[in-house]
Ligand binder design. Structure first.
Ligand code: KIV
Length: 292
């Protein structure tokens, strides 16, 4: 009988970096990204082998219950980013710059981008917009901070876009989007999210630029995909965009568990003996004597 032992341990995953993103694009391997806003979710996503976790400003809607992403602040983003960083070990962590943290001045943009790395252990930041943000992207990158761009449906401009609607559907809008992607690449962005744009436009942009595109509602031709985790889990019940694939319905699962708990408490089924702390009869008798 052979005594040779076969090791079944796999080597731990290496930390994902901007270099990994570039190499995956070169090899034609899809890049995976999801959002997270807390420690346990980040831990579960990281364990699933994801490439990148975005602490998205979607936090405002799916966790904090706002109508859109505009109200969330830098301090709130940092608070959640820190929790995510404690849970994720190998995914590249990207902090989403909230509304008004980079639009007023390039100095603000660099300072606030720096806070994500210095105060919340993020590896990179993401910001929305094209040519109008090129100076901010250039300055943040010059400070040594990787920047992910975001084009197409940019939720922080919801009031300007007239709602959460698909972008780049006319010839002139498509041309402008392609130009914006090229400007962001030239400004030093390491990757660009393309949200809610026609699939054939996203595919063409992905071919025309050398940095990876990450699509959300932008078809298979992107170099990677991102979804809002609360959409994927069925945790956000207000609306589900057409491009979301719901992998489960956690809202229903949670509702069932909470309803059962309420019933258990009301009918005295909980706590059962196994959930209860006991003491010996001797100690109990001694105690009763003590208090007599
Ligand atoms: O805030 C967010 O979750 C995002 C993703 C939709 C890309 O920006």
């Amino acid at each position: 009988m052979s005594t040779t032992t076969v090791s079944t341990t796999t080597s731990p995953r290496k930390k994902v970096t901007t270099l990994t993103f570039r190499q995956k694009k070169e090899r034609g391997e899809p890049i995976t990204m999801l959002t997270a806003y807390d420690y346990p979710t980040a831990m579960a996503i990281d364990k699933a082998g994801i490439d990148s976790i975005l602490v998205g400003d979607s936090l405002a809607m799916v966790v904090l219950g706002y109508e859109n992403t505009l109200p969330v602040t830098m301090d709130e983003m940092l608070h959640h980013a820190r929790a995510v960083a404690r849970g994720a070990k190998t995914a590249m962590l990207i902090g989403d710059m909230p509304f008004m943290s980079y639009q007023v001045s390039v100095e603000d943009a660099v300072r606030n981008a720096g806070r994500f790395l210095q105060q919340a252990n993020m590896d990179a930041v993401k910001l929305e917009g094209g040519r109008e943000r090129a100076d901010a992207v250039r300055a943040i990158v010059s400070a040594g901070i990787p920047v992910m761009g975001h084009l197409g449906l940019t939720p922080q401009s919801v009031n300007q876009l007239g709602g959460f609607r698909a972008q780049g559907k006319t010839a002139s809008a498509a041309k402008r989007l392609l130009e914006d992607a090229q400007i962001l690449e030239e400004a030093g962005a390491f990757s660009i999210v393309l949200e809610s744009v026609p699939a054939r436009l996203a595919e063409l942009i992905s071919k025309k630029i050398s940095i990876p595109t990450i699509g959300i509602g932008a078809g298979l031709g992107c170099d990677g995909q991102v979804l809002v985790t609360h959409d994927l889990l069925g945790l956000f019940d207000r609306f589900t965009p057409k491009f979301v694939k719901k992998y489960t319905n956690l809202h229903e699962v949670m509702n069932k568990a909470f309803t059962e708990y309420v019933d258990d408490v009301e009918t005295k089924k909980f706590p059962a003996p196994e959930h209860t702390v006991e003491m010996t009869d001797e100690e109990w008798s001694a105690f009763l004597k003590e208090i007599k």
